[in-house]
Design a protein around this ligand. Structure first.
Ligand code: GTQ
Ligand code: FE2
Length: 358
């Protein structure tokens, strides 16, 4: 017969038994089941905002203090204050501010973590990706996917600053990090300048002599700001957009219509003058960069005021909503997330706030 009765083992016998298990690398699940199988996610990360007024002087100071001999990449890491034991901005993603001083070049290398750059200040910067030399203009999104060779240079008279986004925490968790320096400091440019934009930049035309979907990442390496801005401006007066995100557009892989890289999706959203969104939460965390405008986001009940060039993070499964504080000017946010990973594993969930607002 089945029964639910407790055993009659004494406390003493049980303790002895648990101690013995340790010696065999065994442990009772029944003592920790509630830790392993929680009702819903509780992110280890906190919401946090880095203000440009604090970032800029410290980034420029790094440019003065640290030479290229001391730093292969001069990057100020944006570390989540609640994650102490590893390099992470959200649970799965890393973000940093990179500075390249006039005349400098950052050495060529490649690695399995994928990277994106959102250009903040640049007038004459470039990144070369697998032999394709790509100009960097403010507002451009540039990709350096998994295992692509990349080096950066600044041939202008002013420091260049951009926001880096990488999936370093995720790839570390999966124990799949590989890194390789290029045999020379700078890789040769083997393609016509900005060739991925020439071939794929229109999005609706595809070069027939290249295989459609050989790689899992986008064949387009630069998403220029002028196209992004023109699209947002044209759409904004004529669409409802998303109740949670305003006029939000995803940067896509032109071969598939899917995310730009297998691990990272990139979005840009316009909050129209006076627009405020409803609150929702989703399993993916998000890192935001304010391209223009002024406003605030409420994240986990906490108000975060933002201004141009600020960076803030929203951990996974955390309610958030956005407000454009201006009655006359649009606000624009760039953001990146790990949604492609969650989606492909059937782990992407989204929930609207039951009262619409926090
Ligand atoms: O620019 O290649 O923020 O390799 C971290 C690692 C930037 C880069 C980062 C990198 C890079
Ligand atoms: Fe790199």
């Amino acid at each position: 017969m089945l029964s639910n009765a407790s055993s009659e083992a004494t406390q003493e016998v049980l303790e002895e038994y648990y101690r013995e298990l340790e010696g065999f690398s065994l442990a009772p699940l029944w003592q920790v089941q509630e830790t392993a199988l929680i009702p819903e996610p509780v992110s280890k990360a906190s919401p946090y905002i880095w203000h440009w007024r604090d970032l800029e002087p410290r980034a420029l100071r790094a440019g003065e203090l640290i030479g290229t001999a001391d730093a292969e990449r001069r990057v100020l890491m944006l570390l989540n204050p609640s994650i102490k034991d590893r390099i992470a901005t959200t649970n799965s993603l890393f973000s940093g501010l990179q500075i390249v001083m006039p005349g400098e070049a950052a050495k060529a290398h490649r690695h399995t973590p994928s990277a994106l750059r959102f250009i903040i200040n640049s007038d004459g910067g470039y990144t070369t990706v697998n032999g394709d030399r790509i100009p960097m203009e403010p507002g451009d999104l540039i990709l350096t996917p998994n295992w692509t060779w990349h080096d950066h240079g600044n041939e202008s008279g002013e420091p260049i600053i951009w926001l880096d986004g990488l999936d370093i925490p995720l790839v570390h968790l999966l124990e799949a990090v590989f890194f390789e320096p290029y045999p020379e400091d700078v890789q040769p440019v083997t393609e016509p300048i900005d060739s991925s934009t020439a071939k794929y930049g229109v999005g609706t035309l595809r070069p027939t002599w290249e295989e459609g979907s050989k790689e899992s990442y986008s064949p387009l390496m630069r998403y220029p700001w002028d196209q992004t801005w023109a699209t947002l401006q044209r759409l904004a007066p004529n669409v409802d957009g998303s109740p949670f995100d305003g006029v939000m557009m995803e940067y896509t892989n032109p071969n598939t219509g899917g995310p730009v890289m297998p691990t990272i999706a990139c979005h840009v959203q316009m909050l129209r003058p006076g627009e405020s969104t409803k609150a929702h939460r989703h399993t993916n965390g998000t890192i935001y960069h304010v391209v223009q405008g002024q406003g605030h986001s409420v994240v986990q009940g906490q108000k975060m005021d933002w201004e141009p060039k600020d960076v803030f993070c929203v951990p996974g499964w955390t309610y958030h909503e956005h407000v454009n504080a201006s009655a006359t000017e649009p606000a624009v946010l760039f953001s990146f997330t790990d949604t492609p990973v969650l989606k492909s594993l059937s782990l992407l969930r989204e929930q609207a706030h039951p009262q619409d607002h926090q």
